[in-house]
Design a protein. Structure first.
Length: 155
């Protein structure tokens, strides 16, 4: 779970819609939810999540890199908010299915849109609410990919 930034304000309407989609598409189908906050996640969002999910989710209400990495390791499917390309990229390294929870943007951000569309075209992400079938995608190794591009341009 990310937090407010220049583009997303994480209002209760957007969060309520996201939480309902998680409940309907995952919790009601016997998935377990571990909600991990980021350093940008304000306490009021964690409080809202606790009230919404009650006892149906494990909510990590403090910032912990260890819990974040453990949750990535334990998860079979990952849901991540759309506010951070870094979090989405970190999740993509796991090669696990990723659902991106979209919110209404305060203003247009071409970089976010390009990133999300690129990952969607590559089959790395789906948007929360889409079919929850299991899927896979090739390992991301950007170092090798960029080295290949540099090598081609040097030749």
């Amino acid at each position: 779970m990310g937090g407010p930034n220049r583009y997303y304000d994480f209002n209760e309407i957007d969060l309520g819609n996201i939480f309902l989609l998680i409940k309907d598409n995952f919790l009601d189908k016997n998935f377990k939810l571990i909600l991990v906050r980021s350093r940008r996640t304000p306490d009021n969002i964690i409080d809202f999540a606790k009230k919404f999910f009650l006892n149906s989710a494990v909510i990590i209400d403090f910032v912990s890199k260890e819990f974040y990495l453990s949750a990535l390791k334990l998860s079979k499917t990952i849901i991540v908010t759309c506010d951070s390309t870094s979090m989405i990229s970190e999740c993509a390294i796991t090669q696990k299915p990723i659902f991106v929870a979209k919110m209404k943007a305060k203003r247009r951000n071409n970089r976010f849109e390009y990133f999300l569309n690129s990952f969607r075209e590559k089959g790395i992400i789906k948007f929360l609410g889409e079919n929850i079938d299991n899927w896979s995608y090739p390992e991301l190794d950007e170092t090798k990919r960029i080295a290949r591009i540099i090598k081609e341009r040097l030749n």
